[in-house]
Ligand binder design. Sequence first.
Ligand code: SIN
Length: 513
Amino acid sequence: MSRTVHHDGPLIIGGGLAGLSAALEAGPRKTLVVTPAPLLQACSSAWAQGGVAAALSAGDAPALHAADTAAAGAGLVETGATEVLTGDGRATVEWLASLGAPFDRDAAGGFAVSLEAAHSRARVARVGGDGAGRAILSALIAAVRAAPHIEVWEDGRLRGLIRDASGRVRGVLIERGVPGSGRMVEVLAPAVVLATGGAGGLFARTTTPVALLGEGMALAYGAGAEILDPEFVQFHPTAIDVGLDPMPLATEALRGEGARLVDGGGRFLLGEAADADLQPRDVVARAVHAARADGGGAFLDCRTAIGDRLPEEFPAVFAACMRAGLDPRETPIPVAAAAHYHMGGIAAGPDGRTSLPGLFAVGECAATGVHGANRLASNSLLEAAAFGRRTGRAAALETSATGATLPVRTVPDLSPEALQTLRETMSRDVGVVRDAAGLAGALEVMARLEAAAPGALPLVAARLIAEAALARRESRGGHFRSDYPAAAPVAEHARLRAQLQAAKPSAPVERAA
Ligand code: SIN
């Protein structure tokens, strides 16, 4: 039996940068934030090493930022949403700074900006070198704790979406306390905002918290929301390969500072040119993947370009290496490509609105079209904060619906063994390099796992990714098919995309007991 709580204001599921930005801007409407763990734990934003991309310097402009975003996105970036995003850049960084985010400053007191791959200008505002995510989120958490309109539950797992017969999302089913305790609470609210993060935990090699299993996307899908481009997963080329799960990240900014990718024999992986390692992330990830598959290994050599500056300028990377017994001032860092960001997800606008009334999505679980097939570095924190603010304001305008709601059907969890099988399958067959045989095999594994846990949310999310990857018979951005190595012509591609949206497979969430 669950008890029912009526909340008169936005209900936000997720306590990362997107969720907290939404909560702060939803005021003075009473806002409830629900997270499965204490704030700052188990969300990707806190782990971000890069920074916030925005046109902040004299030679830059939102239009240039938008052009770089579109170029990285390989033909699938939506212009309108991207103009909103890049236009919001400076105001977003200033808002975060006004809340206390201690951005690095230049000699004149302006925002210090650095260069990352595929940006035509230096435009990444950083904090403490590689500590942006944690510092920014800490500032927001302090603001949230001080905001009288916000209440936070830090022990609530999302178990279901509550709908009514009209299709409106009316609330959520939350399990509070220790997982499996069965302390279920139905929370009804005028607006539900999913800010549940990505799906990196579906992969055995990931740089994200392993608890992020695409469950928000799976639940939204089960409720009938439109899912966009789920096959587009970004693999980061330089996850530190020292046997940890998740894998610590070696930020791309190291390559921006001149660190080089080499094989075990010290040969450049991508050629000698000074900017060869700053090609788009998917290109670099495939080179790292290939070098490892060949047996030569892949390493990030920071010794010459950065050397003794590492502890001060990249403290998170330095600490991760030293904890693993590796001094990156003396030894090249072993690296692998690992799942890092989900470009696809719940189709949503810049104000978080989805195809379902009452349901909003923001941050990594949303697909707003600004990343297309390949996200430009450091656009994710910008999107989380900028669209988070817009989403909070839009959700605050919603008014409560009345009338009966439909019963919520919960689904079983995956056993730890089944989850590990799924993760290994995803990294092997739905990873950096895909082909029809591997994807079909992965779907068979998922079908077997589903027999024991029908409708388990990680399986729904994984199946959405694998089915779309199988259907997209081309290579584009983060999605590479060795059996279709070229990009399809734009017209054909657009058709494929429309078919993917229309041809949703049956929804296991609905079938579950
Ligand atoms: C990085 O610092 O390499 C990651 C930044 C990002 O994913 O945008």
